[in-house]
Design a protein around this ligand. Structure first.
Ligand SMILES: Nc1ncnc2c1ncn2[C@@H]1O[C@H](COP(=O)(O)OP(=O)(O)OP(=O)(O)O)[C@@H](O)[C@H]1O
Length: 258
């Protein structure tokens, strides 16, 4: 059976002034696949994610979602498309002025025009799914621990049961045990939904837990793309250096301007 990739990037280039960040990047994510993009600080992982979700426009190349070229669409159409994605940002990016349940229900109310009562009931159900009881729903984000904030961010990301979810450094700032708890929850929630996901991280423990496949971003391109089972035998010196966190190897930190 051959189906179009859920997400497909070809020849994507993005520069800021003289600095070329993405340099003809190709990437394909199959429906239901969990792809983790790894790469060092400043290699352009966030820029890549922002290009896919429509916060940045590439200078060249195409980005297709469900076979449709998203870059040729109007800004309004792109915003509409964006509202269909689930996203969990670094630091969870919750609105401090809103209660927990209102944060989770935000997209349902704002983007889908759902009534507050129905949105609240969905929010409570999603909070329960990520292990938070209803007494947390009326708190504000500044009353939560880092791990609870990530759970709330995850509940918000899955609230509309999206087909595609993006995770930006989902375990940043968590201790290793809480990071593992969040990784497990991400895997379970994604499996429940059958969603396609793209995660960017430099946390290899998280990558190994979440990924079906991994892609390594280096020098503006995906230099290796393969299954999680193959990464330890990638035969790629850059991947090897990165996953083992070695200072010595072909990746030269000093050559970066970052
Ligand atoms: N809006 C922007 N204007 C100018 N330069 C930018 C902009 N956004 C990103 N860059 C540059 O693009 C490069 C890649 O940044 P990016 O944030 O994507 O890296 P990253 O791989 O996500 O890093 P980290 O893992 O540290 O978050 C950096 O050199 C950064 O300074």
């Amino acid at each position: 059976m051959s189906t179009a990739p859920k997400i497909e990037l070809s020849g994507v280039k993005k520069r800021f002034g003289p600095k070329i960040v993405l340099d003809g990047l190709d990437l394909s994510v199959a429906k239901g696949e969990s792809l983790v993009v790894i790469g060092g600080s400043g290699t352009g992982k966030s820029v890549l994610l922002k290009c896919i979700i429509g916060l940045l426009t590439p200078d060249e190349g195409t980005i297709r979602i469900d076979g449709q070229d998203v870059l040729t669409r109007s800004q309004k159409d792109r915003q509409k498309q964006m509202s269909k994605f689930g996203m969990l940002f670094q630091g969870a990016a919750l609105f401090d002025s809103l209660k927990v349940w209102e944060n989770v229900a935000f997209g349902l109310i704002k983007a889908q025009g759902m009534g507050r009562a129905q949105a609240k009931s969905i929010a409570l159900e999603k909070l329960k799914r990520v292990g938070l009881q209803s007494d947390v729903a009326d708190l504000h984000p500044d009353e939560l621990s880092g791990g609870m904030k990530k759970r709330v961010g995850l509940a918000r990301a899955i609230a509309s049961e999206p087909e595609i979810i993006f995770f930006d450094e989902p375990t940043t700032g968590l201790d290793p045990i809480m990071a593992d708890v969040i990784n497990d929850l991400i895997v379970e929630c994604v499996r429940d939904l059958g969603a396609t996901t793209v995660t960017i991280t430099h946390d290899m423990a998280s990558a190994r837990k979440i990924a079906d496949n991994l892609g390594m971003l280096y020098d503006g391109k995906i230099i290796w793309h393969g299954s999680k089972a193959d990464i330890d035998q990638s035969g790629n010196a850059y991947v090897d250096q990165f996953i083992h966190g070695r200072a010595e190897g072909p990746i030269k930190m000093a050559l970066r301007s970052h």
